[in-house]
Design a protein around this ligand. Sequence first.
Ligand SMILES: NC(=O)N[C@@H](CC(=O)O)C(=O)O
Length: 401
Amino acid sequence: MQVAVNPTTTLSAHEHPKHNSVSFLRPSLPCRVRFRFSHRPALRANAMATQPQQLTITRPDDWHLHLRDGGVLEAVLPHSARHFGRAIIMPNLKPPVTTTARAVEYREEILKALPAGSSFQPLMTLYLTDNTSPEEIKLARKSGVVFAVKLYPAGATTNSQYGVTDIFGKCLPVLEEMARQEVPLLVHGEVTDLHVDTFDREKVFIDTILAPLVQKLPQLKIVMEHITTMDAVNFVESCEEGHVAATVTPQHLLLNRNALFQGGLQPHVYCLPILKRETHRQAIVSAVTSGSRRYFLGTDSAPHDKQNKECSCGCAGIYSAPVALSLYTKVFEEAGALDKLEAFTSFNGPDFYGLPRNTSKIVLRKSPWKVPVTYKHSSGEIVPMFTGSTLEWLPSDQDEE
Ligand SMILES: NC(=O)N[C@@H](CC(=O)O)C(=O)O
């Protein structure tokens, strides 16, 4: 990672111009994050003067992305393709992508919708059902375009009604085949029992499904997607490195559940798993900024039309693709861990999946930019995360040498 500093224009934290105030909940110091500023005034001033204004990092990948199809796909794909080299494409379309043949077709649709000259690579996934066969896993492995299988507990989230109801029964032969074929299982880690409190669903899933699954099939590679709790961090840390990992979204790093109710009900920060309390957010920030190889970038960018978010029964999902990289950088900067950013965004993911790291670079400049209020598409509009606010880190392609 290259870091460029510009001492003449560097401002100390309290001198930064306030732009349109983004209501981030400023992280208080997570327990394991070490700040490298000295308490001696002279040294501290020096450190302030060397705050980076520009970072050059290996191009990141997004290990959890919803692209949808049709007009929405065309509208959102350029935002991911601009910043990310590859992305794991989630299969929860209507109807879901349950076969390799359909994954191959969907991949073609994505490639066709890419902006000219883009080298973005969609890494396809299959949607696990009670009827998925071990044969399908062999086909997936052979295809060279399917990289994982997604477990949605039936009823857990958007378009999950065809998901799994019987993981340790009907699905077991498939999971055993995945372990043999080294195809990772990507997990939406929430139980769907209506008697379990919404805020406890991840923990109960870990205790009743995930921990027993890891015990039963220790060779199966598992990614716990979009983790939201200290319990998930503890679980991931307790497993063998390289076997169980986790993706982390910008919203679960920057927001706690108060954001859902700040000044009124806020549909655009409603996602699943739902935002949790502050102590959980701090645990996740601490985990990802520690430099651990078990965590990697997965935006869970999940576009829904404005009218389907702002209504009496709004959809779960936050559209973060255009802002995600700026937001992750902010998180690492505020934790004093910018030196750990590149491993999280660009190394840990491909290393876990056994894929090469990207070779191209992307530049992040400290240069305020305004998030558009909405993105229009052929039949509606999508409101991005932090709509209309000003963010500090602007990602762009590397300058020509
Ligand atoms: N995260 C969300 O709230 N929604 C996702 C599905 C998912 O990953 O849960 C979606 O597809 O809209």
